[in-house]
Write a protein of this length. Structure first.
Length: 392
C-alpha cells in the first residue's frame, strides 16, 4: 500500500481523471515521483468500479482502492445490506474479509466483528478504508481465517465465510470443494466454534448439490439484483433440518420482490395448465434459480403454459414477483405467421423452445428493442407458439 496516493494532490488527480481512458493513464509518465502510472490507473479504475457498486466508498475521501479483481469479488452494497439484515447477536468472525464490504455492514448490526484477510496488502487497504468509514468495532487481522479459528479459544454467534471462487490460474470455479477454503473440509470446525454459519457461494452452484454437501442447512437465500442472480446464501446451524426454507429476493431500484417456499411443498404441489389467456407472467431470476415453479403458480392462482415452460397465465392481472405482460395475440409458430405479424423490431424471449433468440432474429430479420415483446414458447399440447405481448 503506497500511502503517497492519499496525498491531496494525488487524490485530486484521481478524481479529475475518472473519465480518462485507463490505457492513456498507463502509457503516460506519472506526474508524481513516488507513484507509478500503474498505481494511478489502479486507483482510477477502482474508484470508477465503485461508483454504482459501492457508493459509500466512492463518496468518501481518501479511500484506497485495491486491484480490479478484489473489487469484482466484493459484495455490492445492496447485497451486503441484505446479508446484514439476516444477522443478530454480539459477535461475528469473517474468515475471508477481502475488501471489507460485508464486514462493514455486519458491524452496523453486530457489536464485535473480527475480520481475517490472508493478503497483507489487502488487509492494510481494508484497515485503512474501514478507519476512514469509522467502522471502529471491526478488528482486522492479517491471518489465514481457518488457521486463526483452529487456534482461537473463542466461540462466536456467527461465522461468515465467502470462499474464493478462483483456482491457481485465476479461472472461475463453482463447486464447494474447488473453492478456497474448502468449507466441506472445515464444516465441523465452523459448527464447533459458532452458533450459526453464513456461507456465500456462487449463484451457479447447484442447490441440490449444495444441500448434499453441507447438511444441516436452515435457510437458503437466493439473492438477485435487478433480475441478475448475484449470490446464494446458506444459513447453517448444528441441527437436523431436512427441509430448509428457501427464500428469494430480487433487489430492485423500485420495490424488492420476495418469495419463499419449501422443497417439500414444491414436490407435493401439482401445477394447473392452460392455453395462453389474457396476461403472461415471467418469474424473476431468483425464483427461477430456486426452482419454485409449482408453488409459485399455486400461490398466485396462475396456470402454467407447459410443465417445462416456466411462464404463467391468467384472465385477471395479479401482483407478481417478476415481469407481467398483456397478451395481445397468440399465433402458431411458422414462417407464415411471422410474415403476417410484419414485425421489424421487438424484444424476444424463448422458453422451452428449440430455436435460439439469435437464430430467430437472423432468420426473420427482427432487431432488438421497442415496446413490443415476442415470446416463443411450447404450450401444454407441445405446440410451438408465438405470444405477442405488451409489458405492464
Amino acid at each position: 500500500m503506497n500511502k503517497e496516493i492519499l496525498r491531496t494532490g494525488v487524490q485530486d488527480y484521481i478524481n479529475n481523471n475518472l473519465n480518462t481512458d485507463i490505457m492513456s493513464v498507463l502509457l503516460q509518465k506519472s506526474n508524481f515521483d513516488a507513484i507509478s502510472s500503474k498505481e494511478l490507473a489502479q486507483q482510477i479504475e477502482g474508484k470508477k468500479k465503485c461508483a454504482v457498486k459501492l457508493p459509500t466508498w466512492f463518496g468518501a475521501a481518501e479511500i484506497y482502492y485495491p486491484s480490479k479483481l478484489n473489487i469484482e469479488q466484493s459484495s455490492s452494497e445492496n447485497t451486503a445490506l441484505y446479508k446484514a439484515s439476516l444477522l443478530s447477536g454480539n459477535s461475528l468472525l469473517d474468515l475471508t474479509g477481502g475488501f471489507g464490504v460485508d464486514g462493514y455492514f455486519f458491524s452496523q448490526k453486530i457489536p464485535q466483528v473480527i475480520l481475517c484477510e490472508i493478503s497483507r496488502e489487502l488487509s492494510e487497504i481494508t484497515a485503512h478504508n474501514l478507519n476512514i468509514l469509522r467502522a471502529n468495532n471491526i478488528k482486522i487481522l492479517n491471518v489465514d481465517g481457518i488457521e486463526y479459528l483452529k487456534k482461537s479459544d473463542q466461540s462466536y454467534d456467527w461465522i461468515y465465510i465467502d470462499p474464493s471462487r478462483r483456482d491457481k490460474t485465476k479461472g472461475k470455479v463453482f463447486k464447494l470443494s474447488d473453492c478456497s477454503p474448502d468449507i466441506t473440509e472445515h464444516l465441523d470446525l465452523l459448527k464447533k466454534k459458532s452458533k450459526a454459519i453464513l456461507l456465500k457461494t456462487s449463484p451457479l452452484l447447484d442447490i441440490t448439490m449444495g444441500l448434499t454437501e453441507l447438511k444441516n442447512v436452515e435457510e437458503i437465500h437466493v439473492v438477485a439484483v435487478n433480475n441478475d442472480v448475484k449470490e446464494l446464501l446458506w444459513i447453517i446451524k448444528d441441527n437436523n433440518l431436512p427441509d430448509p426454507l428457501i427464500k428469494t429476493i430480487n433487489i430492485k431500484n423500485t420495490q424488492d420482490e420476495a418469495f419463499e417456499y419449501k422443497r417439500s411443498n414444491e414436490n407435493s404441489t401439482k401445477s394447473e395448465f392452460s392455453k395462453p389467456l389474457d396476461f403472461l407472467y415471467e418469474p424473476n431470476a431468483a425464483i427461477l434459480k430456486a426452482g419454485a415453479f409449482k408453488t409459485l403458480g399455486n400461490k398466485f392462482h396462475l396456470k402454467k403454459l407447459h410443465e417445462h415452460t416456466h411462464l404463467y397465465t391468467s384472465v385477471k392481472e395479479v401482483n407478481f414477483p417478476g415481469r407481467v405482460f398483456r397478451i395481445l395475440s397468440t399465433h402458431p409458430y411458422s414462417k407464415k405467421s411471422i410474415a403476417a405479424l410484419n414485425i421489424e423490431k421487438a424484444n424476444i424471449t424463448i422458453r422451452n423452445f428449440p430455436i435460439t433468440v439469435a437464430d430467430i432474429r437472423k432468420k426473420y430479420k427482427i432487431t432488438d428493442g421497442g415496446e413490443l415483446y415476442l415470446f416463443f414458447v411450447k404450450d401444454l399440447n407441445n405446440k410451438l407458439l408465438i405470444l405477442k405481448c405488451s409489458k405492464i
